[in-house]
Design a protein around this ligand. Structure first.
Ligand code: HPA
Length: 272
């Protein structure tokens, strides 16, 4: 992708938007319901935006929703692009750079994930405190100096102040939250019991097929990041006769939506 393409998309988007938003949100499985809470919404389908890919994953739509959440201007992605859909890593992360160009400074990300920590149960919320990347790195290739440096630091990929605030908010709201390491891999197959065990032994707490690419590109561009996972299935039952079902994953994510949305919304109010 050339710089010109990012700029053309950003210019197109900016002309359609009623106001500037410093906060970007990627509504993955688990945060879909937050879209309905956005007021004065302007909806821009990805299909209208130059150079954008189209979202095909089940449970995902394909729009930017720009509007106000608790009176704060936000730009939200309703649906994201996954590597397993066949997109290049540049396509997967394209919207993050476009958000950077239109002025986004903080990015909120969410996803559905399999719990690989023995203490995690379906329906739990997990604040992402770090990640392990098992997808191709989206920053491979000539470095785009306009966005960031060749070798970006990832020691604090997930903003510590935002994590601390989220923990406090969760406590105030009586919402139980876990905290842990998200393992990102390509999918689309779910993991075998041996793989779940492997990633658990490697330090993971939850495992999924998204988020890490967007976070890497956001951090490269100096965007602050906060992320949460909904635990939609339990991968830590290494033995036993369980199976993973995509519809059950989506149902579990939808159930957690309200709680996660509350934490996101209050965090957003505190940032401004
Ligand atoms: N593995 C990978 N991705 C997922 C899972 C899982 O168990 N659950 C939800 N997304």
């Amino acid at each position: 992708m050339e710089m010109k393409m990012y700029r053309e998309s950003a210019d197109f988007l900016q002309k359609k938007l009623p106001f500037r938003a410093k906060i970007g949100i990627i509504l993955g499985s688990g945060l879909g319901a937050l879209a309905d809470k956005i007021e004065e919404a302007t909806i821009i389908p990805y299909s209208e935006i130059p150079h954008f890919a189209h979202s095909t994953a089940i449970g995902h739509k394909g729009n930017f929703i720009c509007g106000k959440l608790a009176n704060i201007p936000v730009i939200a992605m309703q649906g994201r692009f996954h590597y397993y859909e066949g997109y290049s890593m540049e396509q997967v992360t394209f919207p993050v750079r476009v958000m950077k160009l239109i002025g986004v400074e903080t990015l909120f990300v969410s996803n559905a994930a399999g719990g690989i920590n023995n203490n995690f149960r379906v329906g739990d919320l997990m604040i992402i405190r770090d990640h392990i990347n098992n997808l191709p790195n989206p920053l491979i290739g000539p470095n785009k100096e306009e966005f960031g440096v060749r070798f970006p630091d990832m020691t604090r990929a997930y903003d510590r102040a935002l994590i601390a605030s989220a923990e406090r908010i969760a406590q105030e709201e009586n919402i139980e939250v876990k905290k842990g390491v998200y393992v990102g891999l390509t999918g689309p197959s779910y993991e075998t019991p041996a793989e779940y065990r492997f990633y658990q032994l490697g330090g993971g707490d939850a495992i999924g097929m998204s988020t890490v690419p967007e976070v890497l590109v956001a951090r490269h561009a100096g965007i602050r990041v906060f992320g949460m996972s909904v635990i939609t299935n339990e991968g830590w039952h290494f033995e036993g006769d369980y199976t993973n079902d995509a519809q059950e994953v989506i149902d579990a994510a939808n159930k957690a939506s309200e709680r996660m949305g509350k934490i996101f919304t209050r965090l957003i109010q505190e940032i401004i």
